[in-house]
Design a protein. Structure first.
Length: 245
């Protein structure tokens, strides 16, 4: 279990460091990438997933509670996100180890992203902009529809990952990275496409505790959407994947 935990911590930390980092580079004042836009963010997150999957190869690189729970719903063993040869028994202990590693890694990665951009966080900016580096928020706040968006986006992520496992392409981490880019470009606009409870909750906790000038609220009222929406989407994908295969 320690190997699973450490692998998921390292992989999810790398994912979140690079993912939150690209958002910081685009939205924070006086960065070299300031105002470079949504395309940069979506490709940056895709490359963050690419790096994180390689780092967490030993545990199957779930990096995401929705993936862990979706793979569990798909069968008795939890296979890797890009590799079906290293199946992990779907015991309660293993599931909790994955979830803990993902959340701890996401928190650590967010702290590192803040440290890398510390002087830019010190600059005057809208509190919502600073929060956006860490966690997602809706373009139009409508909790029910925001929830549905997250369910759909995560369903696509987990269902296609399951299909990758059944139809090996040899692309491995690159396939998952391109999938995340595609979800961001097609479905990411309404909510910022958390599609990963740990990716949103870990950094939101970091935002709450870090000494960021003028940071404002961590928007806990919205936080349930990027937690429950991805979990529901992931589990539906796992169940449907099991039914059709």
């Amino acid at each position: 279990m320690s190997d699973i935990f450490f692998s998921e911590v390292m992989g999810t930390a790398m994912l979140t460091l690079l993912g939150c980092g690209v958002v910081a580079n685009v939205v924070l004042p006086r960065t070299k990438g300031f105002n470079s836009g949504w395309i940069v963010i979506t490709f940056g997150w895709g490359l963050a997933v690419f790096a994180g999957v390689y780092v967490a190869f030993k545990s199957g690189a779930h990096l995401n509670p929705a993936v862990t729970l979706g793979l569990l719903a798909n069968g008795s063993d939890m296979v890797g996100a890009t590799d079906t040869h290293n199946a992990v028994p779907g015991t309660g202990g293993n599931v909790l180890t994955y979830l803990a590693g993902e959340l701890v890694g996401a928190f650590i990665g967010a702290i590192l992203a803040w440290a890398a951009h510390k002087k830019h966080f010190d600059e005057e900016a809208d509190p919502g902009t600073k929060l956006a580096v860490f966690s997602t928020g809706p373009a139009i706040r409508s909790y029910g529809w925001n929830f549905i968006t997250e369910v759909i986006g995560t369903f696509v992520l987990v269902f296609v990952i399951i299909m990758f496992g059944r139809s090996p392409s040899g692309l491995g981490p690159l396939a998952v990275a391109l999938l995340v880019v595609g979800i961001g470009l097609s479905l990411g606009g309404p909510t910022g496409y958390a599609i990963n409870p740990a990716r949103d909750l870990g950094p939101r906790l970091a935002h709450a505790v870090l000494p960021i000038p003028g940071k404002g609220s961590s928007d806990w009222g919205y936080s349930w959407v990027p937690i429950l929406g991805p979990i529901v989407g992931g589990v539906i994908a796992g169940l449907l994947g099991a039914a059709v295969l």
